[in-house]
Ligand binder design. Structure first.
Ligand code: MRU
Length: 380
């Protein structure tokens, strides 16, 4: 699968029906993780990439919530964008059923979408934005206006990522190799990526020479998704087991760790894919820079510290199996917390679309969030 041309892709419907389609917008490319097309939401199925290319069709909020829960689509900003389109699907159904009571009825759909995953705050941020928007609607048919708002959320995320990419790349003084963890790329966002947005901009500017992609057990977002994305962009990538980072840093082979975030607390603590905290400890020990790239929609001023962030625990079988094959003995216990919290003191910088927070603290995070949103600035 090259993913670059208009090849046929499989389209999977909730009814179980499958078709093949060849269409310019339904291309299996990292920047096409979320596609609104012909009144339907198409999600590039990230569970089967890169071996297979297929889109899951969502026609209701229930199907959208299931796709988020099952990780058809994943990554904090991508979950938010998807949920916004899920609200459009919900409004269409509720308005068709009862044009006078749809605004009350849709509350249940918003709740269902909110329960899909607990950690990434972008989900709740996007739902809140859609809830506020729909509360102000007085049109006869709310769907076109809600769709326009979901499209705005989607487009704003891509623009934010491009700004993050430029600001993050500018922090890399010498050409160097970097480590990334999980997938914080185009697939995990509305497009372009956060950590991988910095990589894309940094590579284009000659500052990033190679990316070491942690494979990211158990779900393998690194070896499957990050490796595929970077390959598509022509950026040199080496996949490594999650436990290689220490020796790579000890040999002086990387200048930066660059990761995304699922939620950033008001004090600058960063919640991201399990294993990120270990990388931050290693980076500090070896004098390697630790950069977090995330839009301001990932900053949650309602949580004071990382301790208050709910950490999703997924099925133990994700750890006890690999590639669909059972590895651990039957009956053994496993735990599978899928995120961890990196304390702010281990973070060198948080790069957002509004500017860079160096050595994050409550004051610095608060100042950036309160700043004029039209001009990117650095507080350093
Ligand atoms: O469980 P996932 O794959 O949704 O976890 C994704 C991550 O941890 C990403 O690093 C984070 O969401 C940032 S994506 C730009």
């Amino acid at each position: 699968m090259s993913g670059q041309t208009t090849e046929s892709v499989s389209i999977y419907f909730a009814t179980g029906a499958t078709t093949m389609e060849t269409h310019a917008v339904l291309v299996a490319h990292p920047d096409n993780a979320i596609v609104w097309h012909h009144d339907r939401l198409y999600l590039l199925d990230q569970r089967i990439l890169p071996a297979e290319a297929g889109f899951i069709v969502c026609e209701t909020a229930t199907e959208t919530a299931k796709a988020i829960r099952d990780m058809v689509v994943r990554g904090a900003p991508a979950i938010g964008v998807t949920a916004a389109y899920g609200v459009v699907l919900a409004a269409r159904k509720r308005f068709a059923a009862d044009p006078t009571a749809w605004q009350q009825a849709i509350g249940a759909d918003l709740e269902l979408l909110a329960q899909a995953r607990p950690t990434a705050v972008n989900l709740f941020w996007a739902l809140e934005r859609m809830r506020t928007f729909l509360g102000d609607l007085d049109q006869l048919d709310p769907v076109p206006a809600l769709l326009a708002e979901a499209r705005r959320i989607h487009a704003e995320d891509v623009s934010a990522n491009r700004a993050i990419g430029e600001l993050g790349a500018a922090l890399i003084a010498e050409p160097t190799a970097v480590i990334t963890h999980c997938n914080a790329g185009a697939l995990a966002t509305g497009g372009y990526g956060t950590a991988l947005g910095v990589v894309r901009s940094g590579h284009a500017a000659g500052r990033i020479l190679r990316v070491y992609a942690d494979e990211t057990r158990p779900w393998l977002q690194g070896s499957r998704l990050t490796a595929w994305e970077l390959q598509q962009s022509g950026i040199p990538v080496t996949v490594q087991a999650d436990n290689v980072a220490a020796s790579l840093m000890a040999r002086g082979e990387v200048g930066w760790v660059i990761v995304g975030a699922d939620r950033i607390a008001a004090n600058g603590d960063v919640c991201n894919k399990i294993g990120t905290y270990a990388l931050a400890v290693l980076a500090r020990h070896h004098g390697v820079g630790f950069m977090v790239a995330a839009p301001t929609s990932t900053i949650d001023l309602n949580v004071a510290t990382g301790d208050e962030i709910p950490i999703e625990e997924r099925d133990a079988d994700e750890v006890l199996t690999c590639g669909g094959r059972r590895i651990g003995p039957e009956g053994v216990e496993a735990h599978n917390p899928v995120f961890d919290v990196t304390p702010a003191e281990l973070v060198d910088c948080i790069v957002t679309e509004r500017g860079v927070i160096e050595r994050p603290s409550p004051d610095r995070v608060g100042a950036l969030m309160a700043a004029d949103t039209t001009t990117p600035a650095s507080d350093s």
